[in-house]
Design a protein around this ligand. Structure first.
Ligand SMILES: Nc1ncnc2c1ncn2[C@@H]1O[C@H](COP(=O)(O)OP(=O)(O)OP(=O)(O)O)[C@@H](O)[C@H]1O
Ligand SMILES: [Mg+2]
Length: 331
């Protein structure tokens, strides 16, 4: 959490290894191990903007993602069954056959999460401000869905901007950033936000009972319109705090206990996923528009370009989509 411009998206992008400009320093470790080439494969990233193929249905969109991003040796029936599970879990059953361009913002956001979950991210699901732009009730429902996912074992790393008390308490841990990306707090939130309330109260920022702790914290660190509480910068307070020492010790322990990282080779036959899925997708879309307009070259490349972006992040066989383009443009 942090004020606008504090660097939440930047932090998420760096952790997800999506930043390829600027200077990035430090190590990114998973349980003390350096991340391997399969890191992108075991994570999913739901961006703030929900970008979808407007003419697909909700079920088609999630299936498309599952077919492309789950391993080739997983049978289609299993992928379809998994998609139905996701539809249930995200409470999208009433919209499963709805056309994406007709969805309301909250359902669209759930679809974005569904499309990402369809890849079965074993490690982490990144979400950038999923509640921004939603009304209070939709935001609450969305966080409820995320909480349910987390309770079922999905690790979620999510940025939020000024959530309500109820939403805030749904999260387990907080990384609070102030401008410039400096850490103000990193640790548990606790039941009724007790842990984080106590931390701030210890440094004279006592949140009044009944007040929204998320808003109060942002005000207290000077990210709101009111002056900062206390004479010291909150990032310096954090660096001197016992909590920071505990975090450092925990990281040291993790590094010590970690054995050497193992890299997993991505089987080359998996690019067949791209081929098989595109055949069905191109045919599906062609059927929808086949009434009078023949497909142009750019439409072919658009549909073949989707797997290019999906797989180039995995630094994987980028020549496969080019072959597909040739196949379709000659048809
Ligand atoms: N630690 C940092 N080092 C260098 N630049 C940073 C850092 N943190 C943020 N920035 C820069 O600040 C700008 C805003 O950052 P970013 O978009 O990540 O903020 P945000 O918290 O996601 O804001 P919003 O709530 O509006 O989405 C970006 O141009 C980014 O490059
Ligand atoms: Mg942002």
């Amino acid at each position: 959490m942090g004020a606008s411009g504090a660097g939440k998206t930047t932090c998420l992008d760096v952790l997800a290894k999506r930043k390829n400009i600027g200077v990035v320093s430090g190590d990114i470790l998973v349980n003390g191990h350096p991340t391997g080439p399969d890191f992108a494969r075991s994570t999913a990233y739901a961006e703030q903007m929900d970008v979808h193929e407007g003419t697909a249905t909700v079920r088609e969109a999630i299936r498309f993602s599952a077919y492309l991003r789950q391993p080739f040796d997983v049978p289609m029936e299993e992928k379809d069954a998994y998609v139905e599970e996701m539809i249930e879990l995200l409470e999208l059953h009433d919209f499963a056959d709805a056309i994406v361009q007709n969805l309301d913002p909250a359902t669209r956001k759930c679809l974005t999460i569904g499309v990402e979950l369809a890849s079965k991210p074993g490690l982490l699901l990144f979400l950038d401000e999923p509640t921004s732009g939603l009304d209070a009730l939709s935001a609450r429902n969305l966080i409820r869905v995320l909480r349910r996912l987390a309770d079922q074992g999905q690790a979620i790393l999510c940025t939020v901007h000024q959530p309500s008390s109820l939403l805030f308490e749904s999260f387990d841990r907080l990384l609070l950033l102030e401008n410039g990306g400096h850490t103000v707090y990193f640790g548990d939130i606790g039941p009724d936000s007790r842990v984080v309330r106590d931390y701030f109260a210890r440094y004279d920022a006592v949140c009044p009972p009944g007040a929204n702790i998320a808003e109060y914290m942002l005000d207290a660190i000077g990210a709101g319109i009111t002056p900062r509480v206390g004479h010291r910068d909150w990032k310096d307070i954090w660096l001197d705090s016992p909590e920071f020492q505990v975090v450092k010790q925990e990281i040291r322990e993790l590094k010590r206990s970690a054995t050497s990282g193992q890299t997993k080779i991505i089987p080359t036959c998996e690019w067949l996923n791209v081929f098989r899925t595109n055949v069905s997708n191109v045919e599906q879309t062609r059927r929808r528009f086949s009434t009078n307009s023949p497909w142009s070259r750019s439409e072919h490349s658009l549909h073949c370009g989707v797997p290019l972006t999906t797989f180039s992040r995995d630094s994987f066989c980028t020549s496969a989509p080019r072959c597909l383009y040739l196949l379709y443009s000659s048809s």
